[in-house]
Design a protein around this ligand. Structure first.
Ligand SMILES: Nc1ncnc2c1ncn2[C@@H]1O[C@H](COP(=O)(O)OP(=O)(O)OP(=O)(O)O)[C@@H](O)[C@H]1O
Ligand SMILES: O=C(O)[C@H](O)[C@@H](O)[C@H](O)[C@H](O)CO
Length: 192
């Protein structure tokens, strides 16, 4: 089936980024549902070795992450080719600017606009949330290293937005949806 370029112009990709416990999965699932976009969980694309490394309490380094980031970009690019997909919400920590550049690069020839929503919360909150979580490979003592690597998007990353998620989950979900709608309205990529 041939692609309809007009339809494709309207596609949008939201990367929900941030450190462990910031609420990426919670926000992304909610947003994908509200927008009827595809949801992709970036953690599912980590090689087994990365999950094992994090599970053993060792932070990932750049070398561990490059391949995974290309996989994340690739997974989005594949989904965008599906004419039934009007947008994607993907979780991906994308802690550093260089990591976000890989995602941007992977998608620059694809017919969709890329946006990042950085979920910002103080260390104490991240520790509280990750401590409360059971049966997750990423333990609370990894928060420190996540924040060490976290490069909050600066003003020159025009496609990146910061959301304060130091709030109850329902409030954060509403804020996230409102922000996404604003972005889409601004970009005119999505009309309801
Ligand atoms: N805004 C929020 N306020 C309070 N708790 C939240 C909020 N968002 C998520 N949580 C809770 O914090 C925990 C971590 O959330 P979630 O798994 O979505 O984060 P995450 O960034 O995807 O984490 P990870 O990357 O480590 O898997 C969950 O128990 C979730 O219910
Ligand atoms: O780049 C990284 O260090 C990882 O993607 C992590 O951020 C975790 O996988 C995630 O947060 C789950 O706890």
């Amino acid at each position: 089936m041939s692609l309809n370029p007009h339809m494709l112009e309207k596609k949008a990709i939201f990367f929900i980024i941030g450190p462990s416990g910031s609420g990426k999965t919670t926000m992304a699932k909610f947003l994908a549902d509200k927008l009827s976009f595809e949801y992709i969980e970036g953690d599912d694309l980590h090689p087994k070795a990365n999950i094992e490394k994090m599970g053993s309490g060792q932070p990932l380094n750049d070398e561990d992450r490059w391949g995974w980031l290309y996989n994340c970009g690739g997974a989005c690019a594949m989904q965008l080719d599906d004419p039934n997909v009007k947008g994607i919400v993907m979780t991906c920590s994308a802690l550093k600017c260089a990591y976000r550049n890989i995602l941007r690069d992977s998608l620059k020839h694809r017919p969709g606009s890329v946006h990042f929503i950085y979920l910002m919360a103080p260390k104490e909150v991240l520790i509280e949330r990750t401590s409360a979580r059971k049966n997750h490979y990423m333990k609370a003592d990894m928060v420190e290293s996540q924040l060490r690597d976290m490069q909050a998007p600066k003003d020159d990353e025009k496609d990146a937005y910061t959301l304060n998620v130091n709030k109850p989950p329902e409030e954060s979900k509403d804020d996230c949806f409102a922000l996404a709608k604003d972005i889409l309205k601004k970009e005119e990529t999505y009309k309801n």
